[in-house]
Design a protein around this ligand. Sequence first.
Ligand SMILES: [Zn+2]
Ligand SMILES: [Zn+2]
Length: 121
Amino acid sequence: MIQTCPRCQKVHVSQGSLCLACRQKEDDQFALVAEYVQNNPHVQAKEVAEETGVDVSSVMKWIKEGRLIAHFRYTCERCGKTISSGRYCPECVVELQHDLNRLKDSLTKREGYYAKPDIKR
Ligand SMILES: [Zn+2]
Ligand SMILES: [Zn+2]
């Protein structure tokens, strides 16, 4: 499967979206971060990133993927409240669910929404 690596933009053939070099690099970084978190279980994600030199967004990505089991806390993406798992705090999860249901309602109420697809030329 031919694809473009989202990190270095190199076109490559492999499973997974990253090219081999970047995947290797990410694995190295992950090992570094995992070790640091193990030794310093109560640090902030930001501190881990600073100490290991790994991008904080990578650290967050691993936590959200459940790959990195972290005991440190970080902030809810929606309201900024301190949380320790998932992307949002429990309150925001409930609110987002409401928003989603409202959106679904408004879509289904718009008659013919699905019946008339745009014809592209
Ligand atoms: Zn790459
Ligand atoms: Zn929140």
